[in-house]
Design a protein around this ligand. Structure first.
Ligand SMILES: Nc1ncnc2c1ncn2[C@@H]1O[C@H](COP(=O)(O)OP(=O)(O)OP(=O)(O)O)[C@@H](O)[C@H]1O
Ligand SMILES: [Mg+2]
Length: 227
């Protein structure tokens, strides 16, 4: 039996008292690349936030990388996030330090101590996103696409069981979006599981994959038409 990394059953997603999504049944298996699409305001980010513990799950069942979202405690959240790699539209790099120091910051915060292992890990993740030679650059010295690749490298630091990317190409031009998507595809081919919210239909057509859609307060799987 395969073990899903994410499983929601009859879940409801709320922003405070407003119901955003209901009767959500979603399963993501290890190794899958899954899109989450839907018009603006349909609940993609709310869905993602519930998965990384930023919004509580108060109805239905939710299991993510061995955590039960219904019983998740405040103190569990940092540990849950270590098993997830979260990537945002606006990169969220620390602007006052260079690329390597951004990655070092996360490793230190998550308990890494061995200097050799740290250096090796930083090189490894930068290599995976094609940024090995840019470790000494500050975020402001990088293009948007490069900053996003660093953010993806950061998400990979603790070998996440699931990568959650909320509109990772939302701030990028079409060409750069494709470059960042190539990185995500490569990471996916290497066995990582990825759930990516997007409303970039060009990417969906270019890189078809399992697709979930938020619409009318529901999430359902859509079958992609091939062109
Ligand atoms: N912090 C918040 N407090 C209250 N309501 C919110 C909050 N954030 C979002 N909402 C509401 O929840 C609904 C879903 O928003 P959400 O951000 O999840 O949509 P989205 O699909 O990610 O949209 P977009 O494509 O613009 O990113 C919207 O009606 C929005 O107004
Ligand atoms: Mg959003």
């Amino acid at each position: 039996m395969s073990q899903p990394v994410l499983e929601l059953k009859n879940a409801a997603i709320y922003q405070r008292e407003s119901l955003i999504l209901s009767e959500v049944d979603v399963t993501v298996e290890k190794g899958e690349f899954v899109y989450l699409i839907g018009k603006t305001g349909t609940g993609k980010s709310s869905f993602m936030k519930t998965l990384y513990g930023d919004l509580p799950l108060t109805e239905g069942e939710g299991q993510i990388v061995d955590y039960n979202l219904r019983t998740l405690k405040e103190k569990d959240i940092p540990y849950l996030r270590r098993k997830l790699g979260v990537v945002f539209q606006d990169f969220k790099l620390l602007t006052d330090r260079n690329v390597k120091e951004n990655l070092l910051f996360v490793l230190k915060a998550t308990g890494w101590k061995d200097k050799k292992a740290i250096d090796h890990k930083i090189d490894e993740v930068l290599d995976k996103v094609g940024m090995k030679t840019k470790g000494f650059k500050f975020p402001y010295q990088l293009s948007g696409g490069e900053q996003q690749r660093v953010a993806i490298a950061r998400a990979l630091l603790n070998d996440p069981e699931l990568i959650l990317a909320d509109e990772p190409t939302g701030n990028l031009d079409p060409q750069t979006s494709v470059e960042v998507m190539e990185v995500l595809q490569e990471i996916s081919r290497n066995g990582n599981t990825i759930l990516m919210a997007t409303h970039d239909y060009a990417l969906l057509l270019k890189y078809p994959s399992k697709t979930l859609k938020c619409d009318g307060q529901r999430v359902f799987e859509v079958v992609q038409k091939t062109v």
